[in-house]
Design a protein. Sequence first.
Length: 135
Amino acid sequence: MSPDIVASMTALGDIGTYDAVLCRHALEHLYAHEVQIALCEFYRVLNPGGHVLIFVPDLQDVQATNDVLFESPSGPITGLDLIYGYQVATRHNPYMQHKTGFVKSTLEDALSQAGFNRVAVKRLSNFDMLGAGVK
């Protein structure tokens, strides 16, 4: 990865303003109480009319089992992987653990509460979900 910014999602600091923020499979690694802080930081650093795009696991219809739900490039993904983090990765890197999760309505609510307009959330294939909003 080649990120433009390396900072905590909950304290982006004085990084300037941007037209877009892309957050791909990172919000679920925050504690539930930190999600609003991070979304407000995303909102703060966006130019007026800027967009946020957020990808998170879609936990609707997921059960906490080791049943394989789909095959990823990294290997089989189970319900437990989606809820708690990919078990292969979390064994060696505790930062890969999931600390919160989302369904369509909870991601919509979180984006709206952070101040985003024109909020839209779409459930995608393989238990993936996209949330978008405009400042």
